[in-house]
Write a protein that binds this ligand. Sequence first.
Ligand code: FA5
Length: 346
Amino acid sequence: MLDKKDLENLKSKAEKAIKNAQSVFELEKLYRQFLGKKGEVNQCIKMLSKATPEKRKEIGKRINEIKQFLQEILVKKRAFFQQEMIKKALSEERIDITAPGVKVERGHLHPLTLVEQRVEEIFQSMGFSVVLGPEVETEWYNFDALNIPKDHPARDMWDTFWLKGKEPETRKQKAKSERLLLRTHTSPVQIRYMEKHNPPLRIVVPGKCFRHEATDASHEFQFYQVEGLMVEERGKISVANFKAVIQEFVKKFFAGDIKMRLRPSYFPFTEPSFEVDIFWKSTKEWAEVIGAGMVHPKVFKAAGLNPKNWQGFAFGMGLDRLAMLKYNIPDIRLFHSVDLRFLKQF
Ligand code: FA5
């Protein structure tokens, strides 16, 4: 038979268990064990039916007190767990607005692209248009039309990557060889452009060139040139114009005093020809940067223009060499080294 002592034992057992509960889940289990429909408190209530009326009143009252008490401490404990969870979440998810942000890394342009853009910008400001040409060229455009015939010793100036393809068959093809190669310079675009456009004209042609040669600090087998071509009516343009344009370019490109010299040279497609050297302060040496000259009459003829009417100058500058001078880069091979320590400096 249920007596007071059993009730007090139940109360202290439940109280202890609730106070020691370690989680909400445990608490829910204890609720079911003591206060649920089939829980221990309800069991006691059921047993009351067998008690005498006085006892039922007395013990019933105590059971209700205990039930209420257990419900209260359970609610308190549940609230405690909820507070703990909120505190934990707040401390973990706290946004510290004073903490320094994580810098988003932005990509940037390759130094050769930066130099190409700057070169284009300067020539555009002098009225030149930017024109492109194919990297895979025919023998005719790369050599013959530029007055560099087969078996001419001048061809040795340009060690060539030849591409597999059809050997010339028809007479037309023989006259204008369609043997394919990787262009060794940007000069073939002079012919391509003059075939389609009547002078006067001013163009610059940036682009990739390829030469079958050993690499060193200033030579790559793949590098960039910017071709320049300016054609006017005969008698209206001379070497003096070339010098003025190049001096203006160099002044703007290097933004300051830079020593430059013109040296006589030889190219089959210009007459007279010269080389432009720029003084490299860090090595105290002259660097060969631009090949140039007055367009050869045979080049005009090959492009379908009458050299009696037209005159002009052309030049081809090494873009990589310009970049080396501008940024003081000691070795041309760094451009394609994919070395982030190098690239991140620009
Ligand atoms: C030429 O290629 C001529 N087509 C330039 C020219 C154009 C002359 C129009 C007259 C009229 P050259 O081989 O010197 O010339 O090359 C011109 C420039 O390209 C050089 O001064 C140099 O700056 C660059 N260059 C040549 N070969 C390499 C190489 N292997 N690696 C890096 N730069 C090179």
